[in-house]
Write a protein that binds this ligand. Structure first.
Ligand SMILES: [Zn+2]
Length: 198
């Protein structure tokens, strides 16, 4: 697998970028990961990076975007924070990623069994973590905390984050409107390794 150059990356359309991520996840799930020479990729990216995707995912140790989408060095701008919450710093990262680095897609990637989601549902508040759970509160549903409820809250929260990005970033909203980027939500299953795009 090659490392993207400016030319090869610039040719990728937003929909192709989505296809690359879907194909990469299918390789991951089927244990058909591409054999990459990471040291070679390190050398190839030493003078510049031309990633095609931006992924906002949780800090959870099981949700590394490069691994679950089977990508190499220089392919993904990875933004990671518990509960894949959106704040001003995250928005700033996304705007830089799309406006300056020119990635073609933003994926908001939630996942099953997310500790931040269950913490928000069980009203866990401790120190600065409450700043994370507060951002998940609008997506909470009433009822006994079951795995099904947690999955629903997780999906609500992904949709909420996508809407938040659209409403709070004029820049990203217009790039999306002009067809220069795709902004999509997705759910990663830690049980199966599959990413479902919502
Ligand atoms: Zn999580």
């Amino acid at each position: 697998m090659w490392t993207h150059t400016k030319e090869s990356r610039d040719r990728i359309t937003p929909h192709q970028a989505l296809t690359y991520l879907k194909e990469g996840n299918a390789r991951f799930v089927n244990n058909l990961r591409i054999s990459r020479d990471l040291l070679k990729q390190m050398n190839q990216t030493s003078t510049g990076q031309y990633p095609f995707a931006t992924v906002l995912s949780c800090m959870d140790s099981r949700t590394s975007a490069e691994l679950i989408f089977d990508q190499g060095l220089g392919d993904i701008l990875s933004i990671r924070i518990a509960g894949n919450v959106v704040n001003n710093d995250v928005l700033g990262c996304m705007e830089y990623a799309c406006d300056v680095v020119q990635t073609k897609i933003i994926v908001v990637l939630g996942h099953t069994q997310c500790g931040a989601i269950s913490s928000a549902c069980s009203d866990y508040k401790s120190g600065h973590f409450s700043s994370i759970t507060r951002k998940i509160k609008p997506s909470i549903e009433e009822g006994p905390i079951t795995p099904e409820l947690l999955d629903r809250v997780c999906i609500n929260h992904i949709h909420h984050s996508v809407r938040l990005i659209r409403s709070r970033s004029t820049l990203l909203r217009s790039l999306e409107k002009e067809g220069r980027i795709l902004l999509v939500g997705a759910l990663y299953s830690v049980e199966t390794g599959t990413v479902i795009f919502l």
